[in-house]
Design a protein around this ligand. Structure first.
Ligand SMILES: [Zn+2]
Length: 308
């Protein structure tokens, strides 16, 4: 029965992918059809998201695929929402029918978004996706993570001593803490977690500086320091408290994780990593914190393997 949650998780992930890639389409108004299907342009300075400064994700109006992040939006004073980057793989470029401009479309459904321009010097990335508001929906993120200058990530992939050894050395990481999460009991002890009665996994909470690294970089590290295909534990450590799981704190982290899992699956890995919303993280007993620095040992359980 231990395998049932994996099956459910994998089915959930497949389902959310299917949702985006199958024929799922939202009904469109005539005005939306004019832009999204017939490549029209909304009048400048009229779009709903032109002045939107909220943190969140912009998705495709037609198929709901995530397209842009609010952190890539900037003021171009051109009359349409402008972004200097897209969510990787989300936007397709094509030569416009006018032979001059580059049209941008939703890579999933082919809905028209607008045009992309390069070399204008607005931002460091020197790119401006000029997007019709009407082609987009907006999903605000929880403010807690976004409003601060640090960000948090929670990963579980086996014995937390070894996991912390790698994460605390990663660029941009401010602090790490090992603990227990994903279970039912408040304030679990190490012995309780090891007895498999609480449902927790050994996990790490990483606080990082998003100007020096990114959630994606850390998630890649996560997938490289353990074997995400192992279904009964990690390395020599067997038991449900050692399973591979990502506990996301916002939609952006979830999307990033699922995209990386997709890449690994394309490479033939049968990824067993569970992806679920973060629940309470209970810090472990002091003697588990920073274990290998205190003891001077080296991890026996985790080794880095390049996978991306
Ligand atoms: Zn779409």
């Amino acid at each position: 029965m231990r395998f049932l949650p994996f099956v459910i998780t994998i089915l959930t992930i497949m389902n959310s992918n299917l949702n985006a890639q199958s024929g799922h389409r939202n009904p469109l108004t005539e005005e939306e059809k004019h832009v999204i299907l017939h490549k029209g342009t909304e009048r400048p300075w009229t779009g709903k998201y032109l002045e939107n400064k909220e943190s969140g994700i912009y998705t495709c109006k037609w198929c709901d695929a995530p397209l842009y992040r609010s952190k890539d939006k900037f003021d171009s004073h051109c009359g349409w929402p402008s972004f200097d980057d897209e969510i990787p793989g989300a936007v397709e470029r094509r030569q416009d029918a006018d032979g001059l401009r580059t049209e941008i479309l939703c890579a999933n459904c082919g809905g028209h978004l607008g045009h992309v321009f390069e070399g204008e010097g607005f931002t460091k990335k020197n790119t401006r996706h000029c997007v019709n508001s009407i082609s987009l929906n907006f999903k605000p993120l929880q403010q807690t993570v976004q409003s601060s200058t640090t960000e948090t990530a929670i990963f579980a992939c086996g014995c937390f001593w070894g996991v912390e050894h790698y994460f605390k050395r990663a660029t941009g990481v401010i602090s790490t803490e090992v603990g227990y999460t994903g279970g039912t009991k408040a304030n679990p002890t190490y012995e309780e977690v090891c007895s498999h009665s609480t449902g927790h996994v050994e996990a790490i909470r990483v606080t990082f500086d998003p100007s020096k690294t990114s959630y994606e970089e850390l998630a890649k590290l996560f997938f490289e320091i353990h074997d995400p295909t192992q279904t009964n534990g990690q390395g020599p450590d067997i038991g449900p408290q050692y399973l591979s799981e990502v506990f996301y704190l916002n939609e952006d982290q979830k999307i990033t994780t699922e995209r990386l899992i997709g890449i690994l699956k394309q490479k033939g890995l049968r990824v067993a990593t569970k992806v679920r919303p973060a629940t309470t993280f209970w810090p472990a007993e002091e003697y588990h914190q920073d274990y290998y620095s205190k003891t001077g040992g080296m991890p026996y359980c985790h080794f880095r393997t390049a996978r991306f």
